[in-house]
Structure formats: structure tokens, C-alpha cells
Ligand binder design. Structure first.
Ligand code: BGC
Length: 732
């Protein structure tokens, strides 16, 4: 087969994924000169200090506490003045930020990076990333990134450890909540959009902060879905599935990258030169800074590949780690490593250079302190809350609807503990100001939308079900809205689950409501896809609400009432049972592809082959018809087009998706891969021709480390989800 697009085209692809050009720092030469001067005058100890990040000097109390009046420990302040740290982890309030920056400037004259995990939340909490991904809306990611950035500055943070761009295909993995789901193309688009929002066009404009692409790389693929576990995958899969979001992040100018905790190819990412230097800097051209994950340099010792101090520090630094988070092996051992010759001072200088470059990009040398009150005055918090409500509504996925939604019935019975629990609307990285959001429940949202609703708790998600209470509640209602799913504490970091079925006795709730004869609307909360085949069978309507954020109860209510049209589409598959995990639509082909009814084709003998709900699935309150699907190769683009008609009686928004499959390749290829999508809003009866242009450069794959697009036949589908659509063909 002749190669028509080679590795050089990857740059084009990356630019397409990122949606904009590389970061252009102002007067780069001048900055490099100032860095040279600084490095020339720093002692080795001061240089090492720049490579150390501490979480010291902050209160160990809850994140939500007001830090504005907290008094810093004088010993900590003295350490900052002595230049022991290049960076601080955690927010200490804007007042302390200024005190600390002044101390740093008074010492070795280098300001501090202050980083914190503003993942989907700062003072305003937005839906978890897995939810937000379902909106298929890059602009929404960008707007939320910008809103988080400006709120972070008011808290004294100039850096966030976001976005998390780990492709996540295993619902057992708790951190799937923090991901954009199972698809590399989507993760690339949304990650780059978030970076644009957080960083803006100019990191030094006083409204933006540095982003961090994490966790580099393939952290979302631990064996068994168990967090921190080793990752085993081919180099080709690494390059075609797990690296693309990082390439897109680098192309979008991401300031920092965080290597992951796990080992890849039996080498922890934190000391994996192949990943950190050869690929990240060599192949991708990353010129920013790397920061270890929490204590990950120290964990090289527990991995059993380094001894503490000089050895662990040398292994991490020599592989390409610039800064150590929390543990102190750089501080304790780097000078010794230089003395022993296991680390060169040039390697230290290169890392320091990366740290200082970021500080210049952020404008910290010219303006180390910030006027939080002035920034605060420019923030429209009501607009941020409206954005959170909009995002929550757009993140909801209408999985099923037998016509009971939007709510039209006069009297609604609302069931389940989570319906009145504002905390549970938040998400795995909810940070501050929870106190402002205690009215953000589903019950409050329904009331605000004018619904005549009567609430009965009747059950908790994991506890006993009071069937008699359910019967009484149903008796007085025309329709029942019941909450299902799992608590937010069950997803997120180190929350792998060996069971993703609905916990507790929730299926009894389904049966109790069904026994009443009243229609059941299930609202499902949680941070991961769940195995809910029984609910899918018995409920009359299902809305996947995820962890919808601080205005989540209101946003979900908007979808239930029809104040907002359903908008979301799944970015993961919903399996029948945990045992299918990892289950994802873009599985590679097998020699025995599944044929329904045939015995010797790939399958499980106890659950259906198709997902309960596939990637891309999501309904509207109207229906759409596709017609006249067509595909044409036009130079460097493949153009897909289709007539989409709103065949119902309500306006609605359809998400048209394009999937392709390379029919004959050198290696097995995914049965389908998402290559493009477009949303179209249609009035009842309206038809519009939708055109989706897919760069030819994105249709390749990697063999022997080389990405190529090859001529030949392709199959394609223009479809509402990853399991349906009319099969088309085209030839490159
Ligand atoms: C997580 C990171 C996070 C870091 C700092 C770690 O445990 O894996 O995602 O950025 O802590 O809070």
C-alpha cells in the first residue's frame, strides 16, 4: 500500500484537533535572555528550589473554608523567602498570595506558581467533565474554562491542574468522571477548548491562568479499571488513542503537563524518558513545564525502581520531569546527584528554564501580586451561575422517552434522597463556596420551574426502600420522578468500582412505582456510566443527569420540564453488566465479528452484544429523519452531507455524527471511529442539509511509530449514534 500522507501530516491533524495555532509568547528572545541572566546568578540550591512544589503552609481544614484571614506560619514564610520553593500547591487566599509573592520576590526575586485543582469548579461549580462532554459543545468548555480562570485568580491561584484529557474506556475506573469519555477525537477537541478558555490568548492579561494537561499518558487504561494500576497497551494504541489529546493540548499551547502515576511498559510515567522526553518534547515539540503528580517522584521508591533522595530525583529529572509535587526528593537529593554526577547541572538548568519561562509567560515577574478585589468587581457571578445551569441542562442525556417527558402532567411525585441533596449535585472536584449553593436541588429546580411537585424521600440510593411510602406518593400523583444512580463520592480518584450496577435496592423502587400504574421518569445521577438494563426496560423515561454541578438541580429540572431542550449525547457506552468493561464503541475488528444469532462469533453468552445505550446516543423531545446521505472526496477533505428533518412537533437539536472505518489496512482497525459532528437546531417540519468536512489527514493510523493515511476503501456512517446509520463508502 502506498502512503499518501505521512508523519508530517500529523502536524496538520493536530492543528485541526486543537482548533488553533501554537502558543505565541511575546518577545520570546527577550524572555530567554532574561532567563539566561537569572540562571547565571542562581546558586544550585536556588535552582533546585525552583523545581520544588510544596503543599505546606496551608490549612488542612476543608477546602471550602474562607482563607482570606488565615495567618501564614512564619517558618513557612521564611522558607519561601529563602527560595526553597518554585511553586505552591493549594489555594491560600488572595491576601496570602500577595504576602507569599512579596516574600519570594524579596528573597531570590523569583515569583511563585500557585496551582490548585480547579477541574470543573472554583467558586461556581459546573458539571463534571464526563457530563460536560455530553454537550458536544467546545464553546461551552471554553466559556467554562474562562470562568474558572478568573474565579481562580480571586482565590490566589495562577495555575490549575486541568484539563484531564485521559481517554477513559472503562466505567469501573472512578476517574472516568473527570474525563471526556472514551473517544480520542472528542477528548482532543474538548481539552483544547478548555485550555483556550483557561489560558486565553495571553497568559499575562490578568484574567487567565496556566493550564495543565494530565495525566500523561494512558492513565485511563489501568488493568481492571483499578486506579494507579499498571497500563499494558501497544505502542500503536498509545499513539492513536491516548496521545492525540496531548498533541492537541500542546498545539493549543498548554503551559504544563503532568505525568501520570502508573507504569507504562513497566516504567513509571514519572521516570519514563520515552514518554517524557522522546515523545513529549521530541515528537510533540512541547516547550512548557512538567510537574509530577502528587508525591509521584516519591512513589518511584514504592514502585521498586528507585531509592529515596538522589536516585529517585535523578531518575525523574533525567527522564524529563521538571518539578516535583509534594514529596521532597528533588530538595533532598538533587545536589547530591549533581555531586555524584548522576545529574548534570545542565539538566537542572533546562528544567529551571522551563519553570522560569512559565513565570515570564504569566507576567509574574512584572506583576507578582494581584488585586483580587478589583478582579472580583469584574466578575458577573450571576452570569457564572447561569452558565452552570445552562451547562447542567446541556449535559443531560435523554436516554429513553416513551412520551412522558417533558413533564406535562399536573401533579408530580418526586422520590429519593438525592433529590433534596444539594451537595450531591456537585462533583468529584467541587472546591469552594458550597454554602452558596444549598438551594441547588432537583426539588428546588422543579419548584422554580413552576411544577406542582410533592416530595417523599422513601429511599436512599444505597439503603432500604420504603415501598409503602412509594405507593402513597404515587397515589396522589400523575407522574413519578424518581432519582437513581450513585453518590458522587463513589467516583473520582481512587474510586474504582468492581460493580457498576445500580447499588442498593433501587430496582425495588422501579417495581414499586410500576405497581402503581403511574409513569416513571428516572433521573440518574453519578460520575460514571452505569449498567442499568432493568431500568432501561421498565422506566418510561430516563434522563442521565451525571453530577451536574452547583446549579445542577435547576438545569436538570429545566430538561424535565422542557424549559431546555435535551441536548446531550453519550461519550461512553452504557454496558449491560460490569463484566463487559472496558466497553467502548470503537473496538477493533475481530476475525469473528459479532453476527446476531450465530454461535461462533464474538459475544457474551449472558448479555446482549450491543450496549444498552451506545456512544453518541441521546434523544430529543422531537424526532429527526436522515435522508440523501452522501460522501465525496474533495482534495484534502472528505465531505459528508445529509438532509436532516425535524419530523416531530417541537423544535429540537440533533447532533449529526460521522464515523469511518478503513476497510483494508495493515493492522486491525476500529470498527468505527468518530471523525466529525455537527449540531443542527430545527423547527418542526424544517429540513436542513448538514455538511461535515473531515480532513483526509485524520483518517490514518500508526504502524511502527509512523502515522500514515493510506489509499483504499473506507466505510462511513452519518448517524445519530455509533450503532446506527446508513453505510456509505468512499475511496481515497
Ligand atoms: C491527582 C491529580 C491532582 C493532584 C493534585 C493527585 O492525586 O492525581 O489529578 O492534580 O493530586 O491535587
Amino acid at each position: 500500500m502506498k502512503t499518501i500522507v505521512n508523519v508530517g501530516m500529523v502536524a496538520v491533524w493536530v492543528a485541526c484537533l486543537a482548533g488553533r495555532g501554537a502558543f505565541a509568547a511575546p518577545s520570546e528572545m527577550a524572555v530567554e535572555r532574561r532567563i539566561d541572566e537569572l540562571i547565571a546568578r542562581l546558586t544550585l540550591e536556588e535552582k533546585i528550589g525552583q523545581l520544588c512544589q510544596t503543599n505546606g503552609g496551608q490549612s488542612t481544614e476543608a477546602m471550602s473554608m474562607d482563607k482570606s484571614t488565615e495567618v501564614l506560619d512564619p517558618a513557612f514564610l521564611a522558607d519561601v523567602r529563602a527560595g526553597k520553593y518554585g511553586s505552591l500547591l493549594g489555594q491560600r487566599g488572595a491576601r496570602n498570595y500577595n504576602i507569599l509573592q512579596e516574600a519570594a520576590m524579596a528573597g531570590c526575586g523569583i515569583p511563585l506558581l500557585v496551582g490548585h485543582d480547579m477541574i470543573h469548579s472554583c467558586r461556581t461549580c459546573y458539571p463534571i467533565p464526563l457530563a460536560l462532554a455530553c454537550a458536544f459543545d467546545e464553546e461551552l468548555w471554553e466559556r467554562i474554562g474562562a470562568a474558572i480562570a478568573i474565579e481562580s485568580l480571586t482565590q490566589g491561584c495562577n495555575w490549575t491542574f486541568a484539563p484531564m484529557i485521559d481517554v477513559a474506556r472503562d466505567a469501573r475506573w472512578g476517574r472516568i468522571a473527570e474525563s471526556a469519555g472514551s473517544d480520542p477525537f472528542l477528548t482532543s477537541r474538548f481539552g483544547a477548548a478548555m485550555i483556550r478558555g483557561l489560558q486565553g490568548d495571553d497568559l499575562a492579561d490578568g484574567r487567565h491562568i496556566a493550564a495543565c494537561a494530565k495525566h500523561y499518558v494512558a492513565y485511563g487504561a489501568p488493568m481492571g479499571g483499578r486506579d494507579y494500576n499498571a497500563v499494558e497497551l501497544s505502542d500503536a494504541t498509545l499513539r492513536d488513542v491516548y496521545l492525540p489529546p496531548f498533541r492537541a493540548a500542546v498545539a493549543a499551547g498548554v503551559a504544563t503537563v503532568m505525568p501520570a502515576f502508573h507504569s507504562y511498559n513497566d516504567v513509571p510515567c514519572s521516570m519514563n524518558k520515552y514518554l517524557l522526553t522522546d515523545i513529549l518534547r521530541g515528537e510533540m515539540g512541547f516547550t512548557g513545564m512538567t510537574i509530577s503528580d502528587w508525591a509521584a517522584v516519591g512513589e518511584l521508591v514504592r514502585h521498586g525502581v528507585a531509592t529515596p533522595g538522589a536516585d529517585a530525583a535523578a531518575k525523574a529529572l533525567n527522564a524529563g520531569m521538571d518539578m516535583e509535587m509534594v514529596t521532597t526528593h528533588f530538595a533532598d537529593g538533587l545536589a547530591e546527584a549533581v555531586a555524584k554526577g548522576t545529574v548534570s547541572e545542565a539538566t537542572i538548568d533546562a528544567a529551571v528554564r522551563n519553570v522560569l519561562r512559565l513565570k515570564f509567560r504569566l507576567g509574574l515577574f512584572d506583576r507578582p501580586t494581584l488585586d483580587a478585589a478589583a478582579i472580583e468587581r469584574t466578575i458577573d457571578f450571576a452570569a457564572h451561575r447561569a452558565l452552570a445551569r445552562e451547562a447542567a441542562a446541556k449535559s443531560c442525556v435523554l436516554l429513553k422517552n416513551d412520551g412522558v417527558l417533558p413533564l406535562a402532567a399536573p401533579r408530580v411525585a418526586l422520590l429519593g434522597d438525592i433529590a433534596t441533596n444539594a451537595w450531591q449535585m456537585q462533583g468529584t472536584w467541587s472546591t469552594f463556596d458550597f454554602s452558596n449553593t444549598t438551594n441547588d436541588t432537583l426539588l428546588a429546580g422543579l419548584v422554580a420551574d413552576g411544577v406542582d411537585v410533592a416530595y417523599t424521600e422513601a429511599y436512599t440510593l444505597t439503603g432500604r426502600v420504603d415501598c409503602a411510602a412509594i405507593a402513597r406518593a404515587c397515589a396522589g400523583a400523575d407522574v413519578v420522578v424518581a432519582c437513581f444512580g450513585d453518590y458522587l463520592e463513589k467516583s473520582g480518584e481512587n474510586n474504582a468500582s468492581a460493580r457498576i450496577e445500580l447499588p442498593g435496592e433501587q430496582l425495588k423502587v422501579v417495581d414499586a412505582v410500576k405497581a402503581s400504574g403511574k409513569p416513571l421518569v428516572a433521573v440518574v445521577f453519578g460520575g460514571r456510566p452505569l449498567a442499568l438494563p432493568e431500568l432501561a426496560e421498565k422506566a418510561d423515561a430516563i434522563v442521565m443527569a451525571w453530577n451536574p454541578g452547583g446549579a445542577g438541580g435547576w438545569g436538570v429540572a429545566d430538561v424535565l420540564t422542557g424549559a431546555a431542550e435535551p441536548y446531550g449525547r453519550l461519550t461512553t457506552d452504557f454496558p449491560h453488566a460490569t463484566g463487559e468493561c472496558p466497553k467502548f464503541y470503537s473496538r477493533t475488528t475481530t476475525g469473528r465479528p459479532h453476527v446476531p444469532g450465530e454461535r461462533w462469533t464474538t459475544r457474551y453468552n449472558d448479555v446482549p452484544f450491543k450496549s444498552v445505550y451506545p456512544f453518541g446516543h441521546g434523544l430529543a423531545y422531537t424526532t429527526f429523519r436522515y435522508a440523501n446521505e452522501a460522501v465525496a472526496v474533495e482534495g484534502a477533505m472528505v465531505v459528508f452531507s445529509v438532509d436532516v428533518t425535524n419530523a416531530g412537533r417541537r423544535k429540537g437539536s440533533e447532533l449529526v455524527q460521522v464515523y469511518t472505518h478503513d476497510v483494508l489496512a495493515r493492522t486491525v482497525r476500529p470498527r468505527r471511529e468518530l471523525k466529525g459532528y455537527q449540531r443542527v437546531e430545527l423547527a418542526p417540519g424544517e429540513t436542513r442539509r448538514v455538511e461535515i468536512r473531515v480532513p483526509v489527514a485524520t483518517l490514518g493510523y500508526t504502524v511502527d511509530k509512523i502515522y500514515r493515511v493510506e489509499p483504499g476503501d473506507f466505510e462511513a456512517w452519518i448517524a445519530p449514534d455509533s450503532d446506527s446509520g446508513k453505510r456509505l463508502t468512499f475511496t481515497l
